[in-house]
Design a protein around this ligand. Structure first.
Ligand SMILES: Cc1cc2nc3c(=O)[nH]c(=O)nc-3n(C[C@H](O)[C@H](O)[C@H](O)COP(=O)(O)OP(=O)(O)OC[C@H]3O[C@@H](n4cnc5c(N)ncnc54)[C@H](O)[C@@H]3O)c2cc1C
Length: 140
C-alpha cells in the first residue's frame, strides 16, 4: 500500500529560494506547520550549490559610491533588458537585508580584514568591461 504523506506546505525546489521560503514559513508559523521541501535532483545538485560563491548587494553605498539604482541598472542590463524590472527592483532593495540576515544565520561570507566588513570582489562584478560598484559577498 502506498504511504500518503500529509503536509501543510509543500515547497517545490531545494535551492536557495526553496530553502529560504521553508525557513520563513517555519519562522512565521513558529514551527507549528509541517513543511516538505521536494526536489527533482539531490539537494547538493541544485544551481544554488553550483554558484561560484558570490551574491550581489549594495551594502556600503557611502564607501563605494554604489546605489540601489546602479545595482538595479546593472541587473537589468545583465539580463539583456529581459528581466522583469519590478522584480529586479524588489530584489536589489531586499538584497542587503537578506545578506545581513543570512550572515546572522551563520553563512560564512568572506570578509575584508577590517572587522565586520564583507569582502569586496569588484573584479568579479564587471558588466561588459565596466567595473561594477556593487559589493559582492562571497562564501568561498
Ligand atoms: C555554474 C553556475 C554558477 C553560478 N554562479 C553564480 C554566482 O556566482 N552568483 C550568483 O548570484 N548566481 C550564480 N548562479 C545562479 C544561481 O545559482 C541561481 O540564480 C540560483 O541558485 C537560483 O536559486 P533557486 O533556488 O531559484 O534555484 P535552484 O538552486 O536552481 O534550485 C531549483 C530547485 O528546483 C528543483 N526542481 C526544478 N524542477 C523541479 C521539478 N519539476 N520537480 C521538483 N523539483 C524541481 C531542483 O531540483 C532544485 O532543487 C550560478 C549558476 C550556475 C549554474
Amino acid at each position: 500500500m502506498v504511504e500518503v504523506l500529509k503536509y501543510d506546505l509543500v515547497i517545490i525546489g531545494s535551492g536557495l529560494a526553496g530553502l529560504r521560503a521553508a525557513f520563513e514559513a517555519a519562522r512565521v508559523s513558529q514551527g507549528k506547520i509541517r513543511i516538505a521541501v521536494l526536489s527533482k535532483v539531490h539537494a547538493m545538485r541544485s544551481h544554488s550549490v553550483s554558484a561560484e560563491g558570490g551574491a550581489s548587494a549594495v551594502l556600503y553605498p557611502k564607501e563605494t559610491g554604489d546605489s540601489i539604482d546602479l545595482h538595479a541598472y546593472d541587473t537589468v542590463k545583465g539580463s539583456d533588458f529581459l528581466a522583469d524590472q519590478d522584480a529586479v527592483e524588489l530584489l536589489v532593495q531586499e538584497a542587503p537585508k537578506e545578506i545581513i540576515f543570512m550572515d546572522h544565520l551563520g553563512v560564512p561570507w568572506s570578509r575584508m580584514i577590517r572587522v565586520g566588513y564583507f569582502r569586496d570582489h569588484l573584479e568579479a562584478c564587471r558588466s561588459r568591461g565596466r567595473p561594477s560598484l556593487r559589493i559582492r559577498v562571497a562564501s568561498s
